[in-house]
Design a protein around this ligand. Structure first.
Ligand code: ATP
Ligand code: MG
Ligand code: MG
Ligand code: MG
Length: 473
C-alpha cells in the first residue's frame, strides 16, 4: 500500500467513526512560546485539552507534519543511525476531547491495524504504563492480546530511546499515561522487545502511541487534572508504511525511494543504503517544510535549527564527493513526492529552492576549508576536540557545534561542549551583545519579505527546554 493510500485509509476509518478531519497545522506552533516546533499531532489542540478552546467537535483526526530537531523531542542525532527516526515526519492521529477514553481508543487502533491494514496479530506487541491495570485488562481480556506480548513500562529515567509510557509534549502542559503498539520486524534484526535492555535496536519498532491525556503539568512539576480526560494518539506514517510495504527501514518506503535515487544521482553514489543519502533525504524534507512554514536560515532560534540541518546535509554531500551545490536540487523531487498532500509546498517550490541555494553557496565557501581544519585538529588531539577548536570552526568556518560533534562521532571522537560554551561566553562578553553575526546571518530583505516572521524565543527559552541547540548568539 502506497503512502498516499495509507493517509487516506487512516482518515477514512476515523471519519467513519464520527471524527472531524482537520488539516495539518504549521511546524511553527501558532502562539506557544513553550515549544520550538510542532513535535506531534496534539500541539494544535493543546488549548482544547486545557479547556480554554472549544472546537465544535469532540472527535478529530488528521495527518500532522512534525519536526523533532530541538526542544524536548530531538531525534536529529538518530537520523542515519536508526531505521525508524527522522527529523521531519508525518504523524497520523485521532483525538477524543472528553468523549471516548481508553476502551474505544484501544479498540479503534486494534481494529484499524488488524482488520483494515491486516497486520498479523502475532507480530504486534503492546506496552502499558506500569500502574495502568485498566489498559492492561482491556488489551488482555477484551482484545485478547497474549500476556507475553504485553509489557508494563514505568517513567523514562532519561535514556533517549528507552520506552516511556508517560507522554508529555514539553516540560509543561498536557500529559498522561500511554499505551504503545510495536511491530516485530523479525529475528534477523538486532534488538529486544520494549522494556528489555537491548530495546534500542530496530527489531521491535514502535508504531502507535495512544496517550490518555489526564493532566496539565505546571513548571514546578505538579500535575493538575484536565477538565475532562482525553485521548491523543500518534502513529508514524513512515513506520506504518515500512510495515505495510514489507521493508524494514523507513528509508526504503515509496516516499523515500525517489528522494534517495535523486540524491544518489546528484552525489554519484551507487549504494542506495548509504547512510549519507538517507540523511540528505531526511534533511531536505525538514528544511523545505521549515522554509515553507516561514523559518529561514539565521543565527538564532528556529532559524538556527534550519541552518544547522542544512549544513549537516551539505557536509554529507561533501563527504560523498560533491564539490558544487546540489541540495536545493532535491526540492523538485520532494515536490513531486509530497506536493499533492501538501499544496503549500508545491506553491512555494521556487522560493524554497532559492532560500536553500543562497544558504548552500554561503556555506560552500567555508565548508571545504573548515573540513581541512577539522582534519588537522583531529590529527593532533586524542579523543576529545577541545572547546576552543570547536569554537574556531564555528566562528571562522560556520560549523555549528553539533555539526562538529557529528563529524567527530563518525571518527570515534567527542567535543568538549563545556569548553565550547565557555569560548562562546567569552565571545559574547567581548561582543557585549552586539550582534556582529546578524548582517551575514539574515536572508536578503526581498526574500525575507515574502514570509511572515518567526518569533525568536531566545537563548534562555531554548536552554530551558533542554534543547541540544548550542551556540546561538
Ligand atoms: P521512539 O521511542 O521510537 O523514539 P517516541 O516514543 O519518541 O518514538 P511518540 O512521541 O510516542 O514517539 O510519537 C508517536 C509516534 O510517532 C511513534 O509511535 C512513532 O510511530 C512516530 N515517531 C516518533 N518519533 C519519530 C521520528 N523521529 N521519526 C519518525 N516517526 C516517529
Ligand atoms: Mg523518541
Ligand atoms: Mg517510544
Ligand atoms: Mg512513544
Amino acid at each position: 500500500m502506497k503512502t498516499a493510500e495509507i493517509r487516506s485509509t487512516f482518515l477514512d476509518y476515523f471519519r467513519s467513526k464520527g471524527h472531524a478531519i482537520v488539516p495539518s497545522s504549521s511546524l511553527v506552533p501558532a502562539s506557544d512560546p513553550t515549544l520550538l516546533f510542532t513535535n506531534s499531532g496534539m500541539v494544535q489542540f493543546k488549548n482544547v485539552f486545557l479547556g480554554s478552546e472549544k472546537p465544535g467537535y469532540v472527535r478529530a483526526a488528521d495527518v500532522q507534519r512534525c519536526l523533532r530537531a530541538g526542544g524536548k523531542h530531538n531525534d536529529l542525532d538518530a537520523v542515519g543511525y536508526t531505521a525508524r527516526h527522522h527529523t521531519f515526519f508525518e504523524m497520523l492521529g485521532n483525538w477524543s476531547f472528553g468523549d471516548y477514553f481508553k476502551r474505544d481508543a484501544i479498540s479503534y487502533a486494534w481494529d484499524l491495524l488488524t482488520n483494515v491494514f491486516k497486520l498479523p496479530k502475532d507480530k504486534l506487541w503492546v506496552t502499558v504504563y506500569h500502574t495502568d491495570d485498566e489498559a492492561y485488562d482491556i488489551w488482555h481480556k477484551e482484545i485478547g492480546v497474549a500476556a507475553e506480548h504485553i509489557v508494563r513500562i514505568g517513567d523514562n529515567k532519561g535514556a533517549p530511546f528507552a520506552s516511556d509510557n508517560f507522554w508529555q509534549m514539553a516540560d509543561t502542559g498536557p500529559c498522561g499515561p500511554c499505551t504503545e503498539i510495536f511491530y516485530d520486524h523479525g529475528a534477523d534484526i538486532a534488538g529486544g522487545p520494549p522494556g528489555s535492555p537491548d530495546e534500542d535496536g530496530d527489531r521491535y519498532i514502535e508504531i502507535w502511541n495512544l496517550v490518555f491525556m489526564q493532566f496539565d503539568r505546571a513548571p514546578d512539576g505538579s500535575l493538575t487534572p484536565l477538565p475532562a480526560p482525553c485521548v491523543d494518539t500518534g502513529m508514524g506514517l513512515e513506520r506504518l508504511a515500512a510495515v505495510l510495504q514489507h521493508v524494514h527501514s523507513n528509508y526504503e518506503i515509496d516516499l523515500f525511494a525517489h528522494l534517495i535515487r535523486v540524491a544518489s544521482a546528484l552525489t554519484q553514489t551507487n549504494d542506495l543504503a548509504n547512510k549519507s543519502l538517507r540523511v540528505i533525504a531526511d534533511h531536505i524534507r525538514a528544511c523545505s517544510f521549515l522554509i515553507v512554514d516561514g523559518v529561514l536560515p539565521s543565527n538564532e532560534g528556529r532559524g538556527y535549527v534550519v541552518r544547522r540541518i542544512i549544513r549537516r546535509a551539505l557536509r554529507h554531500g561533501w563527504m560523498l564527493g560533491v564539490r558544487g551545490d546540489f541540495f536545493w536540487k532535491m526540492v523538485s523531487p520532494l515536490v513531486e513526492e509530497m506536493g499533492e498532500a501538501y499544496p503549500e509546498l508545491a506553491a512555494k517550490q521556487a522560493f524554497v529552492e532559492e532560500a536553500l541555494r543562497i544558504e548552500e553557496q554561503r556555506f560552500g565557501e567555508t565548508l571545504e576549508h573548515g573540513m581541512r581544519v577539522f582534519d588537522d585538529i583531529a590529527d593532533k588531539v586524542g579523543k576529545i576536540i577541545p572547546g576552543e577548536d570547536a569554537f574556531r570552526l564555528y566562528d571562522t568556518y560556520g560549523f555549528p557545534v553539533d555539526l562538529t560533534a557529528d563529524i567527530a562521532r563518525e571518527r570515534g571522537l567527542t567535543v568538549d561542549m563545556a569548553g565550547f560554551e565557555q569560548a562562546m561566553k567569552e565571545q559574547r562578553e567581548r561582543a557585549r551583545g552586539a550582534s556582529r553575526f546578524e548582517a551575514k546571518g539574515l536572508m536578503p530583505a526581498e526574500l525575507a519579505s515574502h514570509l511572515k516572521p518567526t518569533v525568536f524565543l531566545g537563548y534562555e527559552s531554548l536552554l530551558s527546554q533542554g534543547s541540544k541547540v548550542i551556540g546561538i548568539v
